[in-house]
Design a protein around this ligand. Sequence first.
Ligand SMILES: Cc1cc2nc3c(=O)[nH]c(=O)nc-3n(C[C@H](O)[C@H](O)[C@H](O)COP(=O)(O)OP(=O)(O)OC[C@H]3O[C@@H](n4cnc5c(N)ncnc54)[C@H](O)[C@@H]3O)c2cc1C
Length: 569
Amino acid sequence: MDRATYDVVVVGGGAAGLRAAIAAAEANPAASIAIVSKVYPMRSHTVSAEGGTAAVLRDYDSFDLHCFDTIKGSDYLADQDAVEFFVSKCPEEIVQLEHWGCPWSRDPDGRVSQRAFGGMSVKRTVFAADKVGFHILHALFQTTMKFDNIHRLDEFFVTDLIREGNAAAGVTALDMRGGELVRITSKAVVLATGGCGRIYEFTTNGFIKTGDGMALAYRAGVALKDMEFVQFHPTALPGTGILITEAARGEGGYLINKDGERFLKRYVPEKMELGPRDILSRSIMSEIREGRAFDGPYGHYIGLDLRHLGEGTINTKLPMVRELAEKYVGIDPVNELIPVRPGQHYIMGGVATNARGETSVPGLYAVGETACVSINGANRLGSNSLSECLVFGTSTGRAVAEYVRKKDWPSGAAAKEAVLAEEARIYDGFLKRERGSETVAGVRKEMQQLMERDVGIYRTEAGLREACARLVSLRERFAGIGIADKERVFNTELTTVLELDYMLEVATAIAHSALGREESRGAHSRTDFPKRDDARFLNHTLAFRADGAPRIEYLPVTITRWQPAARVY
Ligand SMILES: Cc1cc2nc3c(=O)[nH]c(=O)nc-3n(C[C@H](O)[C@H](O)[C@H](O)COP(=O)(O)OP(=O)(O)OC[C@H]3O[C@@H](n4cnc5c(N)ncnc54)[C@H](O)[C@@H]3O)c2cc1C
């Protein structure tokens, strides 16, 4: 196959992409929809989500309370109209998934169970044991198969967007099995490519989370919004970065230092282990700095204590936590502490969109972790992300279904040119290049260590300036990377280079956005500007690609009913 044509191309087979494809297929049965994914959809990062997905389902809860928790959690940077829309739509997505076969855990009386999660005032997180991502993704995946108008291109790596005039007109993709470059023409493109955690050295994210869609939109002139807000999860396993879900604390687990103390009483006395992730990660860093952490082969860590929960609760509510601890650290959490430390986990920022997934380019949409609507502001609450994929997947799918009804087919001329240009760039530029002065692993490692050190949990002006400058030199060194594998079939060395190209682009947007924000808010913690500064920075950051450094602009936050207040827990 060297070409294909669909009304809609959805790039990404995670929760956001699959939910958008289903919504588009339902809303416009005459439209043909392709899901293009660089991995088989069930291998998308969504599959590894563990803890749960948020929705108001009980009398003790309310939409206003879910809105308030989300907005306070965001350190008042979320757009409140978007949050109100989001919260009001979460419950119907839970019911819909139930109807599509998602096996939610249940209480003895038959109702769908809800558990506590960080920063949420009440038990609001719906779950299927601690394998929520697997069950959600599976329910969505099997549902896509019911639609004759949904087609799949598995293991097709998207390399560029095709534009005709100003509008999106498809994508170019590398068919990894055959190694050909394919032009996929369409009336609209939905980017659902997930996050970019692999820019960092220590992350809970899978290897495929390399910011591809963010870089593609950025190169097409769309702003990347609020990229300085990078979430660090407090409990990842040292060494591997494998996540130990917040549900472990939601079910009653403690965090303790080497003196056996529940140290969070000194940082978040009201919420303790159920404080938000940004504050908990900083609290752990303080314990490490002040010498109260354990020391192990992978550096300092603190203990996650589940022993008091008992084997029964651990087996029914947290079976995967037990399995991960046994397999990857060789300890049994029924009797021993789980070693944990903060690791990069999620990016609040992303491709600037509205609640219908629309970007500034006609026909180009973005949804899921790759997008920034924004409901997460400066810090996302755990379990809001899967719900975000579902709610905005639906609204984006419906919006794109309407758009393609009225849109004429692109002529295809731009697609032809685009594929020729990509063949020259990728086959002649990368594949033919003999051994270079640099390796992909070498440049990537330096980028990851740089981001961890200078654009990590704590930031300073000097560090951020250093990061911005070194990213320029890493970009120059990227040009010297050689590729040893000359085969076209499943050339993962080649796709790794393309991914590093995307990551360098996104890392630059993160570092410059962080340098511009001279305050501390949510996950962005500047030791040289330790206070939140609403007078100057109650704004979203917009980073536009430019020659040299990105151009940074600011956009006011939408406030509806919740005035900014001090964020204490
Ligand atoms: C370990 C872990 C646990 C988590 N637990 C929870 C939780 O309990 N609750 C919660 O709310 N959130 C959780 N999150 C966050 C949440 O899972 C993610 O934010 C969410 O699943 C992202 O879904 P997505 O559809 O946007 O992207 P993904 O699931 O990452 O899917 C991205 C898709 O894009 C495709 N793609 C990317 N680039 C290309 C390209 N160049 N060409 C073709 N295809 C491409 C990939 O193949 C993939 O199919 C967790 C995250 C992690 C890492």
